[in-house]
Design a protein around this ligand. Structure first.
Ligand code: NAD
Length: 255
């Protein structure tokens, strides 16, 4: 059986991907800062006949990341696929963006992407079998948005990190990808709607229509299923797509 470790698996995109990969026959390590949430996901997967464990992992902690991967190796004995997905959003007008919040964003998005992908890389190289590392980027890996400078900085960085690892990892059969969705209605986005309305002085409907969906070609949200479908597709890629960013943006940020 193949294995997958997903960070941020207690909610939103990570949870949907954990459920889908379990249905695809993967052993799932559901990793999250929110251990209770990860346990609920693992229990649900086990109850539906899958193999799953919950792992408490703060992706900004080197010790917790390494311990979480060790736990997965003990339990499943392999590290075939890893999704570095955990993330948060903190929006503020740029001139008053607190340095503390910038640091928090970097710790989760930049340090987290590094620590999780390095932990995966080490184990995939050591196994001699390689593997696939998938980052959750964003449409914000390609465009800029008001109030989101640190998020833009980090999500652009993640796409670059995937390209560099793709070069170094190729000889070991390690492939990397960045899945870049536009807005998906998950708790992370539900929280932003009132915050952006407050900071920009507009209504919540205007945030959805004039900001979140304005640059799509059809005014439609991306979905967690779109991401899960892409993950399944990439899990079967034999290297043709390594290093690439896959844009799930309803026409916003086309190549
Ligand atoms: P979500 O809030 O539903 O889930 C995020 C999960 O990450 C939560 O379970 C949370 O507990 C976990 N988490 C937060 N900090 C953590 C940490 N330090 N260590 C481990 N886990 C931590 O959000 P989501 O929308 O599913 O977002 C998942 C990823 O997708 C993020 O990287 C986000 O930036 C990205 N993304 C989201 C959207 C969107 O529109 N929802 C679009 C593009 C990209």
């Amino acid at each position: 059986m193949k294995t997958v470790l997903i960070t941020g698996a207690a909610s939103g995109i990570g949870k949907a991907c954990a459920e889908r990969m379990s249905r695809e026959g993967y052993c799932v390590a559901a990793a999250d800062l929110n251990l209770e949430g990860a346990e609920a996901v693992a229990e649900e997967l086990t109850a539906s006949g899958g193999r799953a464990i919950a792992v408490r992992m703060d992706v900004s902690s080197e010790q917790e990341v390494e311990a979480g991967f060790d736990r997965m190796m003990e339990e499943f004995g392999a590290c075939d696929l890893v999704m570095s997905n955990a993330g948060v959003q903190i929006v503020h007008p740029y001139e008053s963006y607190p340095f503390e919040d910038w640091r928090k964003m970097m710790a989760i998005h930049a340090d987290g992407a590094f620590l999780v992908s390095r932990a995966a890389y080490r184990r995939m190289k050591e196994s001699g079998k390689g593997g696939r590392i998938v980052f959750t980027g964003s449409v914000q890996s390609f465009v800029g948005s008001k109030l989101k400078e640190p998020y833009n900085f980090a999500k652009h960085g993640v796409a670059g990190l995937a390209k560099a690892i793709a070069r170094e990892g190729a000889e070991y059969g390690i492939y990397t990808y960045t899945i870049c969705p536009s807005y998906i209605k998950t708790p992370l986005v539900e929280k932003q709607i009132p915050e952006q309305a407050r900071d920009l002085g507009i209504s919540e409907e205007e945030v959805v229509r004039n900001i979140m969906l304005r640059d799509t070609v059809d005014g439609v949200f991306t979905t967690v299923e779109d991401v899960a479908n892409t993950l399944v597709f990439l899990a079967n890629d034999q290297g043709a797509l390594t290093g690439q960013s896959i844009r799930l943006t309803h026409g916003w940020a086309m190549m």
